[in-house]
Every structure is written in structure tokens, then in C-alpha cells.
Design a protein around this ligand. Structure first.
Ligand SMILES: NC(=O)c1ccc[n+]([C@@H]2O[C@H](COP(=O)([O-])OP(=O)(O)OC[C@H]3O[C@@H](n4cnc5c(N)ncnc54)[C@H](OP(=O)(O)O)[C@@H]3O)[C@@H](O)[C@H]2O)c1
Length: 334
């Protein structure tokens, strides 16, 4: 079978190459999947650069956590799936439910990756896709979708109708969070570096857009102009956290997700002023993915796909997702 591979010692996604691997077969408790579509996440650049948590790539590795496809065969003892089922992988292969379990993470250079014609996963780390989604759309869900879901609806302060949700930038996590929040009846405020992208974000249902380059004190601006955010989908990290704290409404929660922005460390005093809190998010569990997919079906949500590339053009897909024109999710599809 064909598989895209990162070489040992890989330093950049530019070193990705299309290779051949033996066809895998499912052992007991495993599922053989033929992915039909994949999506790229920001972490996939870190994996390729050898800077993800697993460290440098130590042997040729199949990348990507996010893929959706068809079950080809199941191993001994698997009853939850059968050939023909439409499925996706779970980012954390062994976090089935309950408290956070790190462990094996798809496509991190150690665990299996999805960007191949065939993949074997443990059945407990496989999820049926939302019925209403195409494979390309379903491939946006395992990382960005589940992260957005966890940020908004899990933990002690889930959003409800009427909540105000602040999403940062127009990337994959933020654009899916926008859609989920709107479906739950929340009001969404979005930031972006680009007025053109803000127009697209408003078209997706955001009530307000703020250009974070034109308005560097966007946190205070959100608090003053819009009453503050009950939830912040914090994909920037150190460089945006002060502004996110400044943007909080009373008892708001920052869902701490990303590492996009460098900057001075924030001062936490603003949390005292608002009774705010910060909750760390690391994607989510199989159970969260199942809850997300049910919500997606119930609300006819279609994740925003900014660009789609052929399997043979995976390198171009990475380059697009890394570049300034990316919006929402970048997908690779057969
Ligand atoms: N903890 C977790 O579970 C988890 C899960 C998924 C992702 N993440 C992290 O979350 C972040 C976003 O991931 P993603 O896959 O959604 O990324 P992505 O699709 O590549 O999104 C990139 C977008 O982020 C925006 N951005 C960049 N710098 C920014 C800044 N200083 N302030 C506000 N927005 C900024 C830009 O939007 P504009 O072009 O509109 O300015 C850019 O287009 C990454 O750091 C990723 O590693 C963490």
C-alpha cells in the first residue's frame, strides 16, 4: 500500500515523501480501515519538525491524526464494527472515557498515523463518523472537532444558549467551535489578522469580528463593546492569554488549547477580577467524539473546509495549511 512518510530525523513537512509499506492486517481487537479523507492540524507541523511531545522522528513514520474511511476487516473479538462501516480514528487511541488519559496519540511519530491507504487501529480507539458528514467533512473531526467540543461543552462551565463565546483566529479549531457554539444558541465573537477572513467568519455566523492586529488590546475591547466572553477558545497560548483574560465576562472560562503566539507571560490578576478560570484542553476522548458526532448530526453542522487536495498532493496540502491563505480546515481526499 501507499503511505506518506516522515523520514527519521525529519525537520520539516517539506521532507514528507510517498512510499510503500506492507499491507497491514488486523490482529485480535483491531480494525483495518481504508481512509478516504484526511485533514491537517497545526500539530502536524510540529510533529514533522521533531518538536512535538514525542520528540524527533526516530524511524520513518506515517503522519496525521485525522482521517475518516471505511472498515475493510475486523480482527478476532471485534463486535462493535463490521466491514463497510464509516469510521474515524480517536486522536488519543486509549482515552475511551472519563478523566484525561494521554498515552498513544495518532500520527505523533510513534503511534500509527492515518495518511496511508490502510491503517490498523484498536477497536476501542475507533468511532463511527457522523451520518450527515462526507468523508472529507468527517476527517475534520478527530482533532479540531473534538477539541472544540471539549472546550465548549465538557468540564465545569459548559456553554448554554445566550453564552458569549470568543474564538481566536480563523483556523480549524476556532471555525468548528464557532459552528458548534452557534448551534447551541451562543453568540460568537471572532478575531482574525485579516479583514477578508473576518468577512468569511461573519458569514459563518459570528456576530462580531475584531482584527487583532488593528486592535492590539482586543481583550478589553471585547469586554467593553460586547460585555465580555463566557468562554474563550484560546488557541494562541502565552502570547494571547493576557488579552483572553481581559476579555472574560464574570465567571468566564478560558479553554486553554493552543501555542500559536509567543509573547510576554500574562499576569493572572484579571482572573480574580472576573472570577474567571482556565481549563487545559488536550483534544478529548472517544466518548466526547461520539457526543460531538451526535450533535453534528442533530444540528446539520458542516465543518468549514478552506481547501481540498488529492492524496498525491499531500505535500501541497501541508504547504497550503501552513500558509497565509488557509482558512478553517485543509483536507486531503481520495
Ligand atoms: N490542546 C489541544 O488539544 C489542541 C488541539 C488542536 C489544536 N491545538 C492547538 O491550537 C492551535 C490552533 O490549531 P489549529 O489546528 O486550529 O490551527 P490552524 O488551523 O493552523 O489555525 C491557524 C490560525 O490561527 C490564527 N492565529 C495565528 N496566530 C494567532 C494569534 N497570535 N492570535 C490569534 N490567532 C492566531 C490564524 O488566524 P488568522 O489567519 O485568522 O489570523 C491562523 O490562520 C495550535 O497551536 C494547535 O497546536 C491544540
Amino acid at each position: 500500500m501507499r503511505a506518506w512518510l516522515l523520514p527519521e530525523g525529519c525537520e520539516s513537512f517539506g521532507q514528507l515523501y510517498l512510499g510503500e509499506l506492507p499491507d497491514p492486517t488486523p490482529g485480535p481487537g483491531e480494525v483495518l480501515i481504508a481512509p478516504k479523507a484526511w485533514s491537517i492540524n497545526y500539530r502536524d507541523f510540529a510533529v514533522a519538525a521533531g518538536k512535538y511531545f514525542g520528540g524527533p522522528i526516530t524511524q520513518p513514520s506515517v503522519p496525521l491524526s485525522d482521517g475518516a474511511g471505511e472498515v475493510l476487516a475486523v480482527g478476532e473479538g471485534v463486535t462493535a464494527f463490521q466491514p463497510g462501516d464509516r469510521v474515524q480514528g480517536s486522536f488519543f487511541m486509549d482515552w475511551v472515557d472519563g478523566p484525561q488519559v494521554m498515552g498513544r496519540a495518532l500520527g505523533d511519530g510513534k503511534a500509527p498515523g492515518m495518511l496511508a491507504e490502510k491503517v490498523v487501529l484498536p477497536a476501542h480507539g475507533v468511532v463511527k463518523v457522523a451520518d450527515s458528514l462526507s468523508y472529507a467533512e468527517a476527517a475534520c473531526m478527530p482533532c479540531a472537532g473534538v477539541t472544540a467540543w471539549n472546550a465548549l461543552f465538557e468540564g465545569g462551565r459548559p456553554i448554554t444558549a445566550g453564552s458569549r463565546v470568543l474564538v481566536l483566529g480563523s483556523g480549524g479549531v476556532s471555525m468548528i467551535a464557532l459552528q458548534l457554539a452557534r448551534a447551541a444558541g451562543a453568540e460568537v465573537i471572532a478575531t482574525s489578522s485579516s479583514d477578508e477572513k473576518l468577512a468569511r467568519v461573519l458569514a459563518l455566523g459570528a456576530a462580531h469580528g475584531v482584527n487583532y492586529k488593528a486592535v492590539p488590546e482586543w481583550g478589553a475591547y471585547v469586554a467593553k463593546e460586547f460585555g465580555g466572553a463566557h468562554k474563550v477558545v484560546e488557541v494562541g497560548g502565552v502570547g494571547t492569554l493576557q488579552q483572553s483574560m481581559n476579555a472574560l465576562a464574570s465567571e468566564g472560562e478560558i479553554a486553554l488549547i493552543g501555542v500559536l503566539a509567543d509573547g510576554d507571560p500574562p499576569h493572572p490578576r484579571q482572573l480574580m477580577m472576573t472570577g474567571g478560570s482556565i481549563r487545559g484542553i488536550f483534544v478529548g476522548s472517544v466518548a466526547m467524539a461520539i457526543r460531538l458526532n451526535a450533535f453534528v448530526d442533530a444540528h446539520a453542522i458542516k465543518p468549514p473546509i478552506g481547501a481540498t487536495f488529492a492524496f498525491e498532493d499531500a505535500g501541497k496540502a501541508y504547504a497550503h495549511a501552513w500558509g497565509p491563505d488557509s482558512f478553517g480546515k485543509t483536507v486531503i481526499a481520495l
